[in-house]
Design a protein. Sequence first.
Lengths: 284, 291
Amino acid sequence: MKKETDDKNAFERVQIARDAERPYTNDLLETIFSDFQEIHGDRRYADDPAVVCGFAKIDDYEVAVIGQQKGRDINSRRHRNFAMPKPEGYRKALRMMKLAEKFGRPVITLIDTPGAYPGIDAEERGQAEAIAFNLREMANLKVPTIVVVLGEGGSGGALAIGVGDRVLMLENSVYSVITPEGCAAILWKDAAQAPRAAESLKLTAANLLDLGLVDEIVTESEDWKIDASTSQSGGEVDNSKFEKAANELKKAILQNLKQLEKMPFEKRMDERYKKFRNMGKFIC
Amino acid sequence: MSWFRRKDPKLEGQTTDEERKVKTEGIFVKCPECSEPLYKADLKESQQVCTNCDYHFRFSARDRLATLFDDGEFELLDEEVSSADPLDFVDSKPYKDRIEQAKKSSGLPEAIISGKGRVGGHTVFAGAMDMSFIGGSMGSAVGEKITRLIERALHENGAVVIFAASGGARMQEGTLSLMQMAKISAALAKLHEAGLPFISVLTDPTTGGVTASFAMLGDVNIGEPKALIGFAGPRVIEQTIRQKLPKGFQRSEFLLEHGMLDMVVDRREMRQTIIRTLNFMMNDATVRRKK
Ligand SMILES: [Zn+2]
């Protein structure tokens, strides 16, 4: 855990966070996690491929993993809906959390979404309610919960799986209330002002650590990437370099799991509440 | 990037802010829905609802609380909590100036006011948002005021009622605004555990991070007639899916039909409906047992 260096500006980090070579949820399930068993469906309406949920192992821990999933080619992107979950995705995520709570297993969530899907069907099925309900239920989830922002932390659509005892951010991930393009279009009436908006929004891991909104930054080595060309052609992917790079994240998750496991239940719940309770800067 | 075009033609069934605002000059106001000229004195009497067609004009936060509490009496809370400029944010003007201007033009200290009083004899902690303060947007100060309101209700075994009116999170406070959604929802989780009521009233408009947090977490969710309620704004959706939205989409009646609201209530019936609901929900025996 060390603070990122200032060698990249905010918008460069936004672009890195969105890059097709960026490791996604499934890439981590194949490296730092093992024995993954996916589960499907929200038992209300459908299964949402933009959210991946299941049981996995990390070292000797049985954990629940919930992650937003992007695609690397046009078909998989469409299939994953560009990692923009619909209400059923958030409801599936909550089902996974409740299963973890029932069986006393920690929850690890992996955030990587441009935002919750803005569409007619999503609104009809209660996108706002699905997000809101997850916020309330996660605040009160009885098992240790670790949140990792992998790439894009897109507003409420990210936060809906983002309330936990520990919030970690990868060095080049971003977490924002609105996309820089959206912000620029509204405030400067010009989407080309996105780099300026990115700077103003203070959305980098270092910014958010300073503001007290996240707990820890996980450094990325230069091998924190997936060879997109190999994975696209369906050929054998050589993950060995990435596996080494991903070890940093694995260590960070394990270290936090060990700390949380040792904490008395009441203290852990109390600290989670206080952490979010104290977020915000105002005059009084 | 074209999905935020501001000069879009009006969406069907939508009225502009200008049309919604009660004109302050003269003694007449023209109803934007039925074009009937209305006496301002009559409108005040009818809580800014058209006496001809029941169109709901915008209603100020102060009027909301005054028409909710018994005899219009309540104690204002946390008035000293107001917005800072934690990110030194500057768009077309500095955020600091925007805050000062909003205070002057709205006569409000923040985009929400909150108070304690009695409603049908029950102890109630109520908040009302106001669109005239930076579009009713939620920043750190709004989040803090709502969280304190909920914590006070927890401490004093009271109920919480919030009238939402908001364009969403306040961009000028970046991720700090976003986190207010989690902060308030965490406080509501405690209220829920304690067996205390939260009644959410969604008024025109309630969108974005406010809808996707406390406004949808009521033990009952009440909408005002024809209020625009949604997660994504209609323009963003149109630009994403590239087709016209169906008539009545994201209006209260649409949400009622899709199971997201418990009732759509005329503003003139709101206080009585809330009292009826509190009579069911306020149960000392439950609260004692849970504590
Ligand atoms: Zn009328």
